[in-house]
Design a protein around this ligand. Structure first.
Ligand SMILES: O=C(O)CCC(=O)C(=O)O
Length: 261
């Protein structure tokens, strides 16, 4: 299993704004995270539900409920569950040495790191929630988080709404002064006329590192197979939100214990 990115992987990431990390979860680890997230959705986990941001898909084919703290019912029909750093199993995965060393490469070795979002992103079976193309940025933060690791907990395919990216688009912000990273319809049209989107199909347990500015989106799920995934955005812990949003420090520095550097 990968322990650190190779020089070739870093070069690929710098050029294309993403790099595949391969399979990072053993079958047993994968089964553990799958069971844990299902237990969280079904109200069976020993976790502070009042601290989890939970958003459920609407009962029809598309649309979502508001994203607020607390359970929205015992169902597998959740779209998003945030603050999973509160769960020991998800925390253990997202703080692995590989991710520490990725943060060192992105932010520098002395930089304390926080997670901006440790979240479950789900496309329940036959649910049509579409996420239009966007860059991941939030203007209530005084600097942009730069790196996200997206891990498939189910097969992620074109048919069940895998993430689709436009490689190489991480080199500039499309709407630097706009509060949302979402592209206008015209921008999306122009971009797609010139660039082929790349669906990131992944096997369960495989992960990809994404630059936050790489334009990406995802389609609805047209299949009986759910598309569960765990996505963690790593940011400089000195990032200051302009609202009262607390930040969650996870690495006091990014030096990997026992690493020769
Ligand atoms: O998991 C997905 O479908 C995409 C997630 C995404 O675009 C995001 O979190 O910004």
């Amino acid at each position: 299993m990968l322990e650190a990115l190779t020089a070739e992987m870093w070069a690929f990431y710098a050029e294309h704004g993403y790099v595949r990390l391969g399979k990072l979860l053993s079958d047993a680890e994968l089964a553990g995270l799958q069971t844990r997230i299902d237990d969280i959705m079904l109200g069976k986990a020993n976790i502070a539900y009042d601290k989890l941001l939970m958003q459920r898909e609407a009962d029809g084919m598309s649309g979502q409920t508001e994203q607020t703290t607390g359970s929205k019912g015992h169902t597998l029909n959740y779209r998003k569950i945030q603050n999973l750093e509160l769960d020991p199993l998800f925390l253990a995965y997202m703080t692995r040495p590989l991710f520490r060393s990725i943060c060192a490469g992105v932010y520098g070795e002395q930089t304390p790191i926080a997670c901006f979002r440790a979240m479950f992103m789900n496309k329940p079976a036959f649910h049509g929630s579409v996420l239009p193309y966007h860059q991941d940025r939030w203007t209530h933060l005084d600097r942009d988080p730069l790196a996200t690791v997206w891990t498939a907990l189910d097969p992620a395919t074109v048919a069940n709404g895998c993430v689709t990216i436009i490689p190489g688009t991480h080199k500039r912000l499309l709407n630097p002064d706009h509060p949302s990273g979402f592209l206008t319809e015209r921008q999306a049209e122009l971009l797609l006329a010139e660039h082929a989107p790349l669906p990131l199909e992944l096997a369960p347990g495989e992960a990809v590192l994404l630059h936050n500015w790489t334009i990406h989106g995802s389609d609805g799920n047209r299949t009986a197979q759910s598309r569960r995934a765990f996505s963690v955005c790593y940011m400089d812990a000195a990032t200051t939100p302009s609202n009262d949003e607390p930040i969650s420090p996870i690495f006091s520095d990014t030096r990997v214990p026992n690493s020769p550097t």
